[in-house]
Write a protein that binds this ligand. Structure first.
Ligand SMILES: Nc1nc2c(ncn2[C@@H]2O[C@H](COP(=O)(O)OP(=O)(O)O)[C@@H](O)[C@H]2O)c(=O)[nH]1
Ligand SMILES: [Mg+2]
Ligand SMILES: [Zn+2]
Length: 346
């Protein structure tokens, strides 16, 4: 068979599969609307979004006979974006299906701009952010700081979780200890994981940190987020990615934010491997609020409209000068400020 024919054949097969998929999905929708018309859908009840796919959602029943069961649901149009952690009102159909009717109010929402500058919701109703860093790939200070800003602006507790402590050597130990110490000095909580891969006991105080909270797990791809969720929750069976030898960075395996229940209470949301968590959607005064040591000095400059750039009597520049604001943090602040201003020009 010629190559060309083979390609056409493949094309035809792909099209056929696509059509069958579409037909199945249409059939499910018809089934749901038939069930609705004949009054076969359950009455309205509360549910929790576990994960969103392109066309449907996994919804966990929060009440009723099948509390805890997960249904594959479609949503009414005009409900806006629904993400992991959202609470919804829904009606169950036959065979673990259902229809989402409305979304309940959110206590918090983590958003980030996509590559086209549109704001995208990542996860809802979270009250803790676990910022995972590791011996390898090397931590990006700027990224840690951007996550911290996001946590500050959402008014939730961030915890810096240092993973892969099994890779600490005499050469890099002091550098990592310094890094963690700088964040502790700012008032942030840190935690060190010996290894996220094998035993619960290697996770140190992490189980207590996540207990009773809804935590989003963020960090560079490859730092071991999926690994520690698997160690905490063997049933999660998240895919663990190999580190690319060329870059030392993780390969992207996780693509969808997904919520997991912890046995002792509390929820974990594994977020997509966000390599570059940008903050283009906030303004400079919000950015300043997000750096706690800068926020503490706002209002102390000689000039009320001080931009903290070159002005005499600037309390922030003075603090940078005498070391009360660390050079790494101030450089993160300046880089992020540049990026925000650059984006606003477009
Ligand atoms: N040495 C070491 N490697 C780890 C540890 N945790 C995870 N890894 C490895 O790091 C790679 C990325 O892990 P993964 O959990 O997929 O990271 P994620 O991208 O943050 O979800 C995999 O090859 C893991 O086996 C750890 O504690 N120590
Ligand atoms: Mg992962
Ligand atoms: Zn100033």
């Amino acid at each position: 068979m010629s190559k060309r024919k083979l390609n056409r054949r493949q094309e035809w097969r792909a099209e056929k599969i696509q059509k069958e998929r579409q037909a199945r999905s249409n059939k499910k929708e018809r089934n749901l609307s038939r069930q609705e018309q004949s009054g076969e859908l359950s009455s309205e009840q509360q549910g929790l979004i576990i994960c969103r796919y392109s066309k449907h959602f996994e919804v966990e029943a929060l009440e009723g006979d099948d509390q805890g069961a997960v249904h594959r649901c479609v949503s009414r149009t005009n409900l806006g974006t629904l993400v992991a952690g959202d609470k919804v009102v829904w009606r169950a159909g036959a065979d673990q299906t259902g229809v989402i009717e409305s979304r309940l109010e959110r206590s918090t929402i983590l958003e980030r701009p996509d590559n086209f500058g549109n704001l995208k919701a990542v996860a809802a109703n979270i009250n803790q952010m676990l910022i995972v860093i590791a011996c390898e790939p090397a931590p990006q200070l700027n990224l840690i700081d951007r996550y911290l800003v996001a946590a500050e602006l959402m008014n939730i507790r961030p915890v810096i979780v240092f993973n892969k402590a099994d890779l600490i050597t005499d050469d890099n130990a002091a550098g990592f200890e310094n890094l963690l110490q700088r964040y502790r000095a700012l008032g942030y909580q840190t935690s060190k994981i010996i290894s996220s891969r094998h035993q619960r006991s290697d996770l140190n105080d992490l189980p207590e940190l996540v207990d009773q909270r809804t935590s989003i797990v963020v960090g560079q791809s490859g730092v071991g987020k999926s690994s520690f969720i698997n160690t905490l929750l063997p049933d999660a069976q998240l895919e663990v990615g190999e580190l690319s030898h060329a870059s030392g960075e993780g390969t992207h395996t996780t693509t969808k934010a997904k919520l997991f229940h912890l046995p002792c209470g509390g929820q974990l949301i594994d977020s997509p491997g966000i390599r570059d968590f940008s903050l283009w959607h906030i303004d400079i005064s919000q950015l300043q609020q997000g750096f706690v040591e800068i926020a503490a000095l706002l209002g102390s400059c000689r000039f009320r409209n001080c931009r903290h750039e070159l002005e005499p009597g600037c309390a922030i520049l003075e603090a940078v000068e005498d070391g009360r604001i660390g050079p790494e943090r101030f450089s993160s602040y300046e880089r992020t400020k540049e990026a925000i201003l650059e984006q606003q020009k477009r």
